[in-house]
Design a protein around this ligand. Structure first.
Ligand code: DX5
Ligand code: ZN
Length: 218
């Protein structure tokens, strides 16, 4: 299980100490949400903040681009420190070519899908995708309620990945906690993005530890 705390829920006025906390934790990646106020109704952070995060983290940067025409900025985010770069299916009419561009930068290629987007739409290119980020809330804000239909999507996506003998990881983003985490792992999730549940908890280190040790049911 890969655990990726989402920096969107951190205290932005104390980013360095928040990152140092994550460095000391068992987290695998650090998830960074970039929003442009167009693709999603919120504006979060951009290139200079990604660069600053990269300077203070020991974890790979998993950058989630919630922006229109993301191909314009792939190289810039790679230079800002990205290890994994995810673009939205809904923002890319030429998704195959965007994935190739990400890989040519030596980043892992991620494709994020909104709650209304069917996983079957990725069937023809599943072997090209390193990570599918299944949005379990509508993108734009942390602290939202988990959408239950996500379980069905994971199950179907796992079948598509297995049928294609692909190595694609399934990442779940939005409203993840210890309660739904067990079901998510059981259904086949490989990566859990966790914002509020980690940063607003009394003991983030312990919370990350508990998420790392989730066990499948049955
Ligand atoms: C939502 C973002 C998520 C968010 C998750 O648009 O993509 O990464 O930070 O935060 P929580 O876990 O609080 O839902
Ligand atoms: Zn995200």
């Amino acid at each position: 299980m890969i655990v990726a705390p989402s920096i969107l829920s951190a205290d932005f006025a104390n980013l360095q100490s928040e990152l140092e906390l994550i460095n000391r934790s068992q987290a695998d990646w650090i998830h960074v949400d970039v929003m442009d106020g167009l693709f999603v109704p919120n504006i979060s952070l951009g290139l200079p903040v990604c660069e600053a995060i990269a300077q203070h983290t020991t974890k790979p940067l998993d950058i989630h681009l919630m922006i229109e025409k993301p191909a314009r900025y792939l190289e810039a985010f790679k230079n800002a420190g990205a290890s994994i770069l995810s673009v939205h299916y809904e923002a890319c009419p030429h998704l195959h070519s965007v994935i190739q561009a990400i890989k040519s930068l030596d980043c892992k290629a991620g494709v994020a899908i909104n709650p209304h987007t069917s996983v079957q739409l990725l069937e023809d290119i599943i072997n090209e995708i390193d990570v599918v980020c299944v949005m379990s809330v509508n993108p734009g804000f942390g602290g939202q309620k988990f959408i239950e239909n996500t379980y069905n999507k994971i199950k179907l996506l796992k079948e598509i990945i297995n049928d294609a003998e692909a190595q694609t990881l399934i990442e779940i983003d939005g409203g993840v906690n210890l309660e739904n985490g067990t079901c998510l792992v059981t259904q086949g999730a490989d990566v859990l993005v966790v914002g509020n549940f980690v940063f607003k908890s009394n003991d983030p280190l312990q919370t990350i530890h508990d998420l790392k040790n989730l066990e499948m049911i049955g």
